[in-house]
Design a protein around this ligand. Structure first.
Ligand SMILES: [Zn+2]
Length: 235
């Protein structure tokens, strides 16, 4: 806990075999100088986030290996007698791995959201409560894995803290399917297409970067103008 803060409340919790003490402190909002005015952020499945400025944040790859280990442990533990000493030992190992994975994810997200809120005046993100996306089971799992909801929660409070503004783009804004250079619309862009190739102007760039640039230009006005037209072409 930073020196000089008075804790508002203290929580003691137990995870796996360790005890944790957490303090809630009240801090004054602190505006930071912003290097970039407006940034669009595209949250991806392969890359955690692509910013319109060209910066890409990789996801926490390191937890993948722990996930494999976790699956192995759970599989090995399947025949043990529930409640036995060996079973208990394995359960603690499993819980520890769960905690490690959660910590890595949380840490990655904190780095991203702090960077965004501290260095950009306006941050445009997608509205991710999209039923179409969640109907796709594979994508839904990826969304959950990346902690997209946690991403938004962190960004909301950090924007308040550092004096930036969070803008959530209309869910029908076709950020992925529109060329960020000329506005050409590609209705056939698939989720598996990693690159955006524009037939209109010949632009060829990473699909997530293209989407991020479109998001950085999003405004309420535009969404109302084309929301109806774009409603059937989510993406
Ligand atoms: Zn184009």
């Amino acid at each position: 806990m930073p020196f000089g803060y008075k804790p508002k409340n203290i929580t003691i919790s137990r995870q796996a075999d360790s005890w944790y003490v957490s303090f809630k402190v009240e801090t004054e909002p602190k505006d930071t100088p912003k290097a970039v005015d407006k940034v669009g952020v595209d949250l991806g499945v392969k890359t955690l986030a692509y910013l319109s400025t060209g910066i890409a944040f990789e996801g926490a790859k390191s937890y993948k290996k722990y996930e494999k280990k976790l699956a192995k442990l759970q599989w090995r533990n399947r025949n043990k007698v529930i409640g036995s000493a060996n079973w208990k030992k394995a359960q603690i190992k499993i819980a520890r791995l769960h905690r490690r994975i959660a910590n890595i994810r949380q840490d990655t997200l904190h780095k991203l959201t702090s960077y965004l809120a501290k260095n950009h005046s306006q941050i445009v993100i997608e509205d991710l409560n999209v039923s179409g996306m969640l109907k796709n089971r594979k994508l839904a799992k990826a969304i959950a894995d990346m902690g997209f909801h946690e991403f938004r929660r962190q960004l909301e409070y950090k924007c308040k803290l550092y004096g930036s503004q969070l803008i959530v783009a209309d869910r029908f804004f076709p950020s992925s399917k529109t060329c960020s250079n000329c506005g050409w619309h590609n209705p056939d862009l698939k989720l598996s297409d990693r690159w955006f190739l524009c037939i209109g102007c010949g632009s060829f760039l990473d699909r997530d970067w293209n989407a991020a640039i479109n998001l950085s230009r999003w405004s309420h006005h535009r969404s109302h103008a084309c929301g109806q037209v774009a409603a059937d072409s989510l993406g």
